[in-house]
Design a protein. Structure first.
Length: 366
């Protein structure tokens, strides 16, 4: 709690300091204007007779300024220097994303991003500054997408995608789908999949992510698709679809467990899903399948899991026993489960299983 309070206080202090700086800049500019207007223009005094009178133009009034007081001049010079310093500081903060972009700076970065003759580094820097300044609107996104679609350099495409990460602009959806599915570079596909996670509530996007999980040749791209499915926004419709996916025994187990993890992230009540998977774990004769299921049960405390996990402690396969012990840590307050964990910690033939049972008991096993 104190950490949150300190962070909030720090943010308030930063916002206050920026507001003070902005107000100071406007005040100093007003003062400079007033000081300059304090040196009024007045008609010139009549010329004194002389042998060489100055030339005059008929119909024009000769104007001269009253000499400025030296103290006022020094004050004006000091104020102008302060205004210049604060302007530079504001521009620096806008470029770093601390102050929102405004006026000429915003136009400058948009123009630079849209300039095909500018260097790649300058265009990427402009895109980054627009993003940091929360100024990447529909116009900026459209420019970036045009560049993304025409670039033949995989590193440039990846950099553009990184700077578009977090955007949910509707225009970005189709290019992201195309890149995620078909780009020749695995790192570009991975970044496009990461960006697509924000659109996962869209049925077409979710279907494409599942397809990538099944078919992409690169393991990291497949893992990123799994993460995108898990982290994507979870509407009630999507939660219901994930429940169906997790219970559908025609679906590969890997996918069903991805759906389970997504439901866990949504903090959704899923007793029917857990009961179905617990029954499968207890009935399965496939050691790999049982090990996968027990690993997926770690962190869940649904009562339907208790019996298959305790039976798992007695499995001849030490990997299954180890994973069952790990998953039982959430049930260690149950005396019968604790008794089993103590027995395994003292008697199992495999040291890794004994160690996992001790860890599952927590402080009680020390």
């Amino acid at each position: 709690m104190w950490k949150r309070i300190l962070i909030s206080a720090g943010l308030l202090a930063l916002v206050g300091a920026l507001a003070v700086q902005h107000a100071s800049l406007r005040r100093l500019e007003r003062e400079v204007t007033l000081l300059r207007s304090g040196s009024p223009a007045v008609p010139a005094a009549p010329a004194t007779p002389s042998t060489a009178a100055p030339l005059t133009v008929p119909g024009e009034t000769i104007v001269q300024r009253v000499p400025m007081d030296p103290a006022v001049y020094d004050r004006l010079t000091s104020l102008e220097e302060s205004v210049s310093d604060l302007t530079l500081a504001s521009e620096y903060l806008m470029e770093r994303g601390t102050l929102p972009l405004a006026g000429a700076k915003l136009d400058e970065f948009l123009a630079q991003l849209n300039d095909p003759s500018a260097s790649v580094q300058d265009r990427l820097r402009a895109l980054q500054r627009l993003r940091r300044g929360n100024a990447l609107d529909d116009t900026g996104v459209a420019i970036a997408l045009t560049w993304l679609n025409t670039s033949t350099n995989a590193q440039v495409r990846q950099s553009i995608l990184r700077n578009l990460e977090g955007m949910t602009n509707a225009a970005a959806r189709a290019p992201l789908l195309q890149l995620a599915a078909y780009d020749a570079d695995a790192e570009v596909r991975e970044q496009a999949v990461d960006n697509l996670g924000r659109y996962a509530a869209d049925p077409q996007v979710e279907a494409k992510l599942w397809e990538i999980v099944r078919t992409d040749a690169d393991g990291e791209v497949r893992e990123e698709a799994i993460n995108a499915l898990r982290r994507g926004p979870m509407s009630e419709t999507r939660i219901a679809a994930m429940r169906d996916h997790a219970m559908d025994q025609r679906v590969p187990l890997d996918e069903r467990l991805v759906a389970l993890r997504a439901l866990r992230g949504a903090d959704s009540a899923i007793p029917q899903v857990m009961a179905t998977l617990a029954q499968q774990a207890q009935a399965s004769q496939d050691p790999q399948e049982r090990a996968q299921l027990f690993a997926a049960f770690d962190g869940f405390t649904d009562p339907s899991l208790k019996v298959p996990l305790v039976y798992g402690l007695q499995d001849p396969n030490p990997v299954i026993r180890e994973r069952a012990a790990d998953a039982l840590s959430g049930f260690r307050d149950d005396p019968s489960v604790l008794e089993w964990l103590q027995y395994i910690a003292q008697n199992d033939a495999d040291p890794r299983v004994r160690r996992e049972a001790l860890q599952a008991m927590g402080s009680r096993g020390r």
